[in-house]
Write a protein that binds this ligand. Structure first.
Ligand code: ATP
Ligand code: MG
Length: 250
C-alpha cells in the first residue's frame, strides 16, 4: 500500500495540491481522475519524489519515503516502475535495449539473467518478434506495450502510469488497460493510474479518486461514480452530449 498523507504543493506561491490524503491499495488499479490542470501529474510526481511536497508524507508499505535521504530513497525507487505520458522510450534504442536498460542500470543480475528477464517482459506484454525494432518502426499501441515492459523489468512493487491511453484509439486503449490490470493482479503491484479516459474509469474503476482544483473531492467505485450526486463530479462525467444521454434520470 502507498499512503499519501496531508500532501500540499505550491509553485511560486500558487497552491496546486491541497492536503491530499489517499490510501492506494496493493494488487489494485487505483485511479486518479480529474480535469486537465487539476493536479494529477503533480501528485504523481510528489508520490515518486520527482517533486518535493511542501509538507506531508508518502509511505510505501509503512516506509516514510519523504523522511529518507537520497541513498535510502534509491532502494525504494528500485521498486517503482513508471509509465510516462507519451511512452518516453529512447528513440535510438531497440525495444530490447529499452527494456533491458533499467536492468543494466539498477540490477545485480548477470548478463544472461538480464536477457532472460527482458525477453520475459517483452513476451508478457505481447511484443514477441519486436525485440529488434526501433520505437519509430512500431505503432503507438506497441510503443505503450514496450514502455510497460520496461516499467515492469525490475519486477516493481509499485507502478505509476500517467495517462497510459493518451494518443491511442479507444480499442487499443482498452487493451493497454487490460494489460495493466492483468500485470497488477498477477504480480500484486500497487498501481496508480492518472487518467481522464472514461472507458478506463468505467471498466477498471474499483478505486477512483477524483481530484478537483487540487483537492481530493470524491472517492468511490464505478457504480457509485455513475450514480453520484456530487455536482462537480457530475460536471466532469457528463461533459459531452453523448455522455449526458447516459445520465440517470431522477
Ligand atoms: N513545474 C511546474 N511549475 C509551475 N507550475 C506547475 C508545474 N507543474 C505543474 N504546474 C501547475 O500545476 C497545475 C496542475 O498541473 P498538472 O500537470 O498536475 O495537471 P494534470 O491534472 O496532470 O492535467 P492533465 O490532465 O492536462 O495532464 C497546473 O496549473 C500547472 O500549471
Ligand atoms: Mg497530467
Amino acid at each position: 500500500m502507498i499512503e499519501a498523507r496531508n500532501i500540499n504543493k505550491s509553485f511560486d506561491n500558487i497552491q496546486v495540491l491541497h492536503d491530499i490524503n489517499i490510501n492506494f491499495e496493493q494488487g489494485k488499479q487505483n485511479l486518479i481522475i480529474g480535469q486537465s490542470g487539476s493536479g494529477k501529474t503533480v501528485l504523481l510526481k510528489c508520490l515518486v519524489g520527482l517533486f518535493e511536497p511542501d509538507n506531508g508524507q508518502v509511505l510505501f508499505d509503512d516506509r516514510d519515503f519523504t523522511a529518507m535521504n537520497l541513498s535510502k530513497r534509491k532502494n525504494i525507487r528500485k521498486e517503482i516502475g513508471m509509465l510516462f505520458q507519451g511512452s518516453a522510450l529512447f528513440d535510438s534504442m531497440t525495444v530490447m535495449e529499452n527494456v533491458i536498460f533499467p536492468l543494466l542500470m539498477f540490477s545485480d543480475m548477470s548478463k544472461e539473467e538480464q536477457i532472460e528477464r527482458a525477453n520475459f517482459c517483452i513476451e508478457r506484454v505481447g511484443l514477441s518478434g519486436a525485440h529488434n525494432k526501433l520505437p519509430s518502426e512500431i505503432s503507438g499501441g506497441m510503443q505503450k506495450r514496450a514502455a510497460i515492459a520496461r516499467a515492469i523489468s525490475l519486477n516493481p512493487k509499485y507502478l505509476f502510469c500517467d495517462e497510459p491511453n493518451s494518443g491511442l484509439d479507444p480499442k487499443t486503449g482498452v487493451l493497454i488497460d487490460q494489460l495493466i490490470e492483468e500485470i497488477t493482479r498477477e504480480f500484486q503491484i500497487t498501481t496508480i493510474i492518472n487518467t481522464h479516459d472514461m472507458n478506463s474509469v468505467l471498466e477498471h474503476g474499483d478505486k477512483i479518486n477524483y481530484i478537483y482544483q487540487g483537492k481530493l473531492w470524491w472517492q468511490g467505485n464505478k457504480d457509485e461514480f455513475l450514480a453520484t450526486e456530487n455536482a462537480e463530479l457530475q460536471d466532469f462525467i457528463y461533459s459531452t452530449e453523448i455522455l449526458k444521454r447516459l445520465k440517470p434520470k431522477r
